[in-house]
Design a protein around this ligand. Structure first.
Ligand code: ADP
Ligand code: MG
Length: 202
């Protein structure tokens, strides 16, 4: 079972991973966006880690709701409200439980991803974070390791696509041939989840 501490460690691991990969995320965003995705998420997840330290929420749902709120209030770009919605919706779906199972998390993440699609209007194949998140949630029923692989493959599969949502869509065909930054960071989020689960022997 996954408790509040597990979710806190997932968020902390994501913050560390975003820190390590910030330059790469920004380089991807400089090719098809405005070169701020790495710094946006760095600012956001630094705030998430600090808020979790300070407020010490006691349930998995409360951890993700607090994290989502921080992302919405600290990230200026499109990705802040979208990631914020992902985590808040997932947290709300987990309710007040003090421990949740992997299947419950998979179901809650599905609700979170649906929230991102409703907010941003993107569908799979539009070259956005959705292209990593949907395959990850689909694979989560099989296990955390399968979800990591699916997210990474989903992110890589955005390269030949033409962007239909967000800033990259302004480039039209010129968006083809570059991996989407948001799908790349979503793969980091899912990899951090799998790392945290594997460290616990889940
Ligand atoms: P901005 O585009 O405002 O500079 P970021 O650079 O932080 O914001 O984030 C860009 C990423 O956000 C894109 O790579 C894409 O994955 C994601 N994104 C943008 N618009 C949407 C949308 N409507 N739905 C889902 N994801 C989106
Ligand atoms: Mg950007």
């Amino acid at each position: 079972m996954l408790d509040a501490d597990f979710f806190r460690r997932w968020m902390t691991a994501t913050a560390a991973s975003v820190d390590r990969e910030a330059e790469r995320l920004t380089a991807l965003d400089s090719a098809i966006g405005d070169a701020d995705h790495g710094s946006n998420l760095q600012r956001g997840f630094t705030a998430v880690a600090a808020a979790l330290d300070k407020e010490a929420p006691q349930t998995p749902g409360a951890v993700l709701i607090l994290a989502g709120r921080q992302l919405i209030s600290t990230v200026g770009g499109a990705s802040g409200p979208l990631y914020g919605t992902l985590l808040r919706r997932t947290g709300k779906a987990l309710g007040d439980a003090t421990e949740v199972g992997a299947a419950q998390l998979a179901e809650a993440l599905r609700a979170g991803v649906d929230g991102v699609m409703a907010l941003g209007g993107a569908a799979p194949g539009d070259k956005t974070m959705i292209d990593a998140l949907v395959p990850a949630v689909d694979a989560l029923g099989t296990g955390f390791t399968a979800a990591r692989t699916a997210a990474e493959e989903g992110a890589q599969a955005t390269t030949p696509l033409q962007a239909r949502k967000g800033r990259a869509s302004y480039l039209g065909e010129r968006s083809i041939g570059h991996q989407d930054p948001g799908a790349t960071s979503s793969a980091l989020l899912i990899a951090a989840l799998a790392d945290t689960a594997e460290a616990d022997g889940e």
